[in-house]
Design a protein around this ligand. Structure first.
Ligand SMILES: *Cc1c(COP(=O)(O)O)cnc(C)c1O
Length: 299
């Protein structure tokens, strides 16, 4: 069953904040976290065309990959259940009992959890690994980790339609947190009009995401994207790591705006935004749309 009718379009919510007002900045949050209570955020957009393809090919089982806190597997488990499909989650690392909230949710949605060691997980994209899974579970529609494939990009490309700036803004920015950067690449592939897109990498170390975005844009035939940049200084120690400054920003933003954040992605986005604003990065009368990519359920 196709489930698109269960989803609503995201809203743009303006954040009232004296600090921003004093600098002449407008911050709006695109609430992808509200598109569905269980299949929320950017993960729905990455999944929707994958689900349609699985449906068109007559599959009854979805299979994908992720860590023990994977927002992608959480969304996939719920979307599969809504669609009447079976789902298998290949989970990196052993299943520690009692299961954490994310894994318990996946299981409650009917997902079969298939744990593999970290060493084996590295081989997950190899034919031998996939053949073993098929021998155990039968034919399944295989979706890569994070939903980061061409069909995923087709879905995230739709997000740009919701990015509406006020005509009075002097400069427009879009900011979002990036893990695989498939969401950012999808948005860049379809952005109309003048805005700068700033990705906030949640990963530590060398910037591999910029090259990844470039590859995807070429693959999509997008040779003249709007200005974009991957910011690599706001990972706060690395994936799922945290600092007191990050936690403080997350708390004060949630309290002031009433918008819930999670520490792995969206808190780092907001942290990066305020850090840039404090440094005077945005010209007076700029409008910034921060994309809330969801992820609240697993946290
Ligand atoms: C997965 C996820 C991201 C990262 O999306 P990519 O397309 O992999 O860059 C960002 N925010 C949240 C809440 C996520 O769950």
């Amino acid at each position: 069953m196709l489930i698109d009718a269960h989803f609503r379009d995201p809203i743009l919510q303006t954040v009232q904040d004296p600090f921003l007002e004093a600098r002449g900045l407008t911050l709006k949050v695109l609430r992808l976290d509200l598109v569905h209570p269980l299949v929320s955020g950017n993960k729905w957009y990455k999944l929707k065309h994958n689900l349609a393809k699985a449906h068109a090919l007559g599959h009854d089982t979805l299979l994908s990959y992720g860590g023990a806190y994977s927002n992608h597997l959480v969304a996939l488990a719920a979307a599969a259940k809504l669609s009447g499909l079976r789902s298998i989650g290949v989970v990196r690392g052993e299943l520690v009992q009692p299961l954490n909230q994310a894994l318990a949710f996946m299981q409650a949605q009917g997902m079969v959890l298939h744990p593999v060691s970290r060493a084996d997980y590295r081989h997950k994209d190899e034919p031998g690994f996939k053949a073993e899974l098929q021998a155990q579970y039968g034919r399944a529609f295989d979706i890569p980790e994070g939903g980061a494939n061409r069909l995923g990009l087709l879905g995230t490309a739709q997000i740009s339609a919701f990015l509406e700036f006020s005509p009075s803004a002097t400069a427009n920015y879009v900011m979002l947190a990036c893990g695989t950067a498939a969401t950012m690449a999808g948005i860049l592939s379809s952005m109309q009009g003048a805005a700068q897109v700033l990705g906030v990498s949640v990963l530590k170390g060398e910037d591999r995401l910029s090259a990844q975005v470039q590859d995807w844009l070429l693959e999509q035939g997008q040779t003249q994207p709007c200005a974009w940049q991957m910011l690599c200084d706001y990972h706060c120690g690395g994936y799922a790591k945290s600092t007191p400054a990050l936690r403080q920003r997350m708390q004060s933003f949630m309290q002031n705006s009433g918008i819930p954040l999670e520490p792995v992605y969206t808190a780092k986005l907001i942290y990066a935004f305020y850090s840039l604003a404090e440094q005077g990065y945005f010209p007076h009368a700029s409008e910034i749309i921060a994309i809330h990519t969801g992820g609240l359920l697993a946290n």
